[in-house]
Design a protein around this ligand. Structure first.
Ligand code: ADE
Ligand code: ZN
Length: 330
């Protein structure tokens, strides 16, 4: 099964590039930039990754990214992930990034964009790995700041495949960001949002109706509202589900308890993703393999899931056709 899963052409639709920062690189960048971290070794970093909920993870996630200071750092971070992803048969990565988490530390958007852009070109040229860029707004900060960031990003609007919405979900409903998402819509930028990860099914509905998103990141709590499930099925809205993330953030106790099989039984358009692979115990193959072990899924299920992601990617049709061919041959 591992060989099959590695062969499968996998498209990753939900990945936070800052969440791909492995402890080794974190410590190396801390040294390079003279940043003090509360960890002295890789083991100590791993030891700290015992999360009780989304917020307890976010606290370490924002602390970890403090080592990212220069365009070179962002380049090195992204290239390290692209190489790992490529080595495990990922053909395309759609990466969220969190500009506000860097702006508040005094790191300009230009620095982030320069580093990520360089890495994206290098990945395409050297690995044949295509990438898409999703600029996420932090929902636990105010909407005015999000609007300011969108305006600041004017020189880069053309490079954005979508805007997204992430960070602490509870108490920060999609409705808070109606104006900024409306501005993105008028600019012609597609929209996605995290919803129904830790927050209620009503946030999924809000993201669809008020933010006009084309896909829902996570969305696992949709099952609490049968009429919402029917709508997601009818509209075949893509859900970017992240199994190992949901276990590590205690959305479920064990993967065996995860609603993924029910989401599939309901006929929903599910995809599998890694979210923050450096923090949650693995990349795409690890997530797929964990589902095989927990649910006993066979090759046909994984073909369907990989196919869903191929159809949903922000990519030109010639690439999509090539991946469809590779999927048929896997
Ligand atoms: N930012 C990075 N990972 C996240 C997650 N799983 N949920 C919300 N915001 C995030
Ligand atoms: Zn996420």
């Amino acid at each position: 099964m591992r060989d099959f899963l590695a062969r499968l052409p996998k498209v990753e639709l939900h990945l936070h590039i800052e969440g791909s920062l492995e402890p080794e690189l974190m410590l190396a960048l801390a040294e390079r930039n003279g940043v003090t971290l509360p960890y002295a070794s890789v083991e100590e970093v791993h030891g700290a990754y015992d999360f009780s909920d989304l917020q307890s993870f976010l606290d370490l996630y924002y602390q970890g990214m403090s080592v990212l200071q220069t365009a070179r750092d962002f380049h090195d971070l992204a290239m390290a992930y692209f190489r790992r992803a490529h080595a495990e048969g990922v053909v395309h990565v759609e990466m969220h990034f969190d500009p506000q988490a860097h702006l508040v530390r005094g790191i300009d958007l230009a620095v982030v964009m320069e580093g990520l852009s360089l890495a994206r070109r290098e990945a395409d040229r050297e690995l044949g790995l295509s990438t898409a860029l999703i600029m996420a707004f932090l929902r636990d900060r105010d909407a005015e700041e999000a609007m300011w960031v969108l305006e600041q990003a004017a020189p880069y609007w053309e490079m954005l495949d979508a805007v997204g919405l992430d960070s602490a979900e509870q108490g920060n409903p999609p409705e808070k960001f109606v104006e900024v998402f409306e501005r993105a819509r008028r600019l012609g930028i597609p929209r996605v949002a995290h919803a129904g990860e830790e927050g209620p099914a009503a946030y999924i509905l809000g993201a669809l109706d008020r933010l006009d998103v084309c896909r829902i990141d996570h969305g696992v709590r949709c099952l609490e509202d049968p009429s919402l499930v029917a709508r997601l099925r009818d509209e075949q809205t893509v859900l970017t589900v992240c199994p190992l993330s949901n276990v590590r953030l205690r959305m479920v106790e064990r993967l065996e308890d995860h609603p993924l099989p029910r989401l599939l039984d309901e006929g929903l358009n599910v995809t599998l993703n890694s979210d923050d692979p450096a923090y949650f115990g693995g990349g795409m193959v690890d997530n797929f393999l964990a589902c095989h072990r927990a649910f006993g899924w066979d090759e046909a299920v994984f073909r369907r899931l990989a196919g869903n992601a191929i159809e949903a990617a922000f990519v030109d049709e010639s690439r999509r056709d090539e991946w469809r061919r590779r999927l048929a041959e896997a």
